[in-house]
Design a protein around this ligand. Structure first.
Ligand SMILES: N[C@@H](CCC(=O)N[C@@H](CS)C(=O)NCC(=O)O)C(=O)O
Length: 236
């Protein structure tokens, strides 16, 4: 029996979503506890002094999640947790054994933060140009192998887990036109992505979103409701 693992998350958090996908893909036993980061409970600072989700408590005695033990290891930062899970479950394939492929996974994770996360949420939240999203996608597309189901190698890795939450949200905002941008810009981005030059990326999105771990964890109606609440009034 492995050590206990408690996963602190919030359903709204795409960073939490990455970790949830990796936990499911590794078939890891874990206890999940939702943290309201809009009304952060004091005890959570014992898990992550920065007050952010996701975080995990690993090892130590089995305790109630809202009474974390000082004996468990506390780990934060989604990409660090992804690596931690890959180390905990070396047979899961979350990180390949081959050093070159491992480096490629890590490179992809780094590129995802810079070329997908940053421009995508700057567009959704701050109405920064969607052209930056397209540029980022072009870069990421260049890393994808033709015909491969996964970002790196022939197995689902933490590189897939780290980008999937954003691909799901990209699809949602372009199909429902929800974000802090002028009406129609979400649809416009969606139309641009239909160009033949993005075909490889779009096929990858399609395959990724068909994955059972994504279907099990992505509640699109919930995301739509929440995004609408966050971005109710937009410039015309
Ligand atoms: N770099 C962190 C970012 C985590 C993050 O920003 N989490 C948000 C939720 S999506 C949060 O907990 N926000 C509450 C706060 O910053 O007080 C990671 O990758 O885990």
């Amino acid at each position: 029996m492995s050590e206990q693992l408690t996963f602190y998350f919030n359903k709204f958090s795409h960073y939490s979503h990455k970790v949830e996908l990796a936990l499911i893909e590794a078939n890891a036993p874990y206890k999940a506890h939702q943290v309201d980061f809009f009304n952060l409970p004091e005890w959570f600072l014992k898990v992550n002094p920065v007050g952010q989700v996701p975080a995990v408590a690993y090892g130590g005695p089995s305790v109630e999640p809202d009474d974390p033990s000082p004996l468990s290891a506390k780990i934060a930062e989604s990409d660090v947790i992804l690596e931690f899970l890959a180390d905990l479950y070396p047979d899961s394939g979350l990180l390949p054994k081959d050093p070159v492929l491992r480096a490629k996974v890590r490179f992809f994770i780094n590129a995802n933060a810079k070329h997908i996360e940053d421009p995508l949420y700057a567009f959704i939240r701050k109405n920064e140009p969607y052209e930056n999203v397209l540029k980022g996608i072009e870069f990421i597309q260049g890393l994808l192998e033709e015909g491969s189901d996964f970002t790196v190698g022939d197995h689902y890795t933490i590189a897939d887990a780290c980008i999937t939450p954003h691909l799901a949200r990209l699809k949602t905002i372009t199909e429902h036109d929800i974000g802090n941008f002028p009406v129609g810009m979400g649809y416009k981005l969606g139309e641009e992505l239909k160009a033949p030059k993005f075909a490889k990326f779009m096929k990858y999105i399609q395959r990724t979103l068909e994955r059972p771990s994504l279907k099990q964890t992505y509640d699109e109606e919930f995301v739509i409701t929440l995004f609408k609440a966050f971005f109710p009034a937009r410039a015309q």
